[in-house]
Ligand binder design. Structure first.
Ligand code: NDP
Length: 234
């Protein structure tokens, strides 16, 4: 059955691959974008997840065009890496505001309609770094670890209403976010990954579409690594 899906940050990178995978299987897909035009063939809504009014307006526009959001993929995220000693409070809180509070704003807005429908899927895009840690990533790791608590609390709150909430934790993926890594760091990271390569965005998308489908109806509160074995045991 076709569903209405919202992918935040679905205009590029992992989010775009996820949105395209849902569209390919016949779902009604909306993506958020902050500037420019949305990708061709996808319904775009302008939205900044750090602003509740903007999130509310985006959901209202999607509801009018495609119907209530049944599958939420909270994917929008940023990094602002620096060592702890140098990290300003603003650098810490702004990453939390986008990656963690942004996901909360979307989940909260989605939950009312999911409760009414007695069906919903929430998928939070975390990172291997959330549980593994990363030097220079105190802010990012905290935000990504926080998503685990969010998904598990939602599972306990809404699980009896046929609403699942899960976390997908990618390792290194070839996108704009990792494109700027210096070659020596890429080589060093690759050595630590049993698969000996970075992921392609559609390798994350396959897990997300599976989680939103009927076959995964009894999977909730899970943290699913998609990291080539990098974070095993964490
Ligand atoms: P990109 O940097 O390629 O894309 C980030 C996306 O998030 C963009 O669509 C961007 O929109 C959107 N975004 C950022 N801030 C906001 C905001 N305030 N409101 C709305 N949208 C926003 O990142 P990736 O595709 O690589 O990453 C996607 C997710 O996957 C992130 O949560 C990231 O942390 C996570 N991840 C990525 C990994 C990787 O190796 N690439 C590894 C593990 C996790 P805009 O185009 O407007 O800037």
């Amino acid at each position: 059955m076709a569903r209405t899906v919202l992918v935040t940050g679905g205009n590029r990178g992992i989010g775009l691959a996820i949105a395209q995978a849902f569209a390919k299987q016949g779902d009604r897909v909306a993506v958020t974008h902050r500037s420019g035009e949305p990708p061709e063939g996808l319904f775009g809504v302008r939205c900044d997840v750090t602003d509740s009014a903007s999130v509310d307006a985006a959901f209202t526009a999607i509801e009018a065009e495609l119907g209530p959001v049944e599958v939420l993929v909270a994917n929008a995220g940023i990094t602002d890496d620096t060592l702890l000693l140098r990290m300003s409070e603003e650098q810490f809180t702004s990453v939390l505001d986008t990656n963690l509070t942004g996901a909360f704003r979307c989940a909260k807005r989605a939950s009312g309609k999911m409760l009414r429908a007695k069906w919903g899927r929430m998928i939070f895009i975390s990172s291997v770094v959330g549980l593994y840690g990363g030097p220079g990533q105190v802010n990012y790791a905290a935000s990504k670890a926080g998503l685990v608590g969010v998904a598990r609390s939602i599972t306990r709150e809404l699980g009896s209403r046929n609403i699942t909430a899960n976390v997908v934790a990618p390792g290194y993926v070839e996108t704009d976010m990792t494109a700027g890594l210096p070659e020596d760091r890429r080589i060093e990271y690759r050595k630590a990954i049993p698969a000996n390569r970075f992921a392609q965005p559609d390798e994350i998308a396959g897990v997300v579409t599976w989680l939103s489908g009927d076959a995964a109806g009894y999977v909730s509160g899970a943290v699913i690594p998609v990291d080539g074995g990098l974070g095993m045991g964490h």
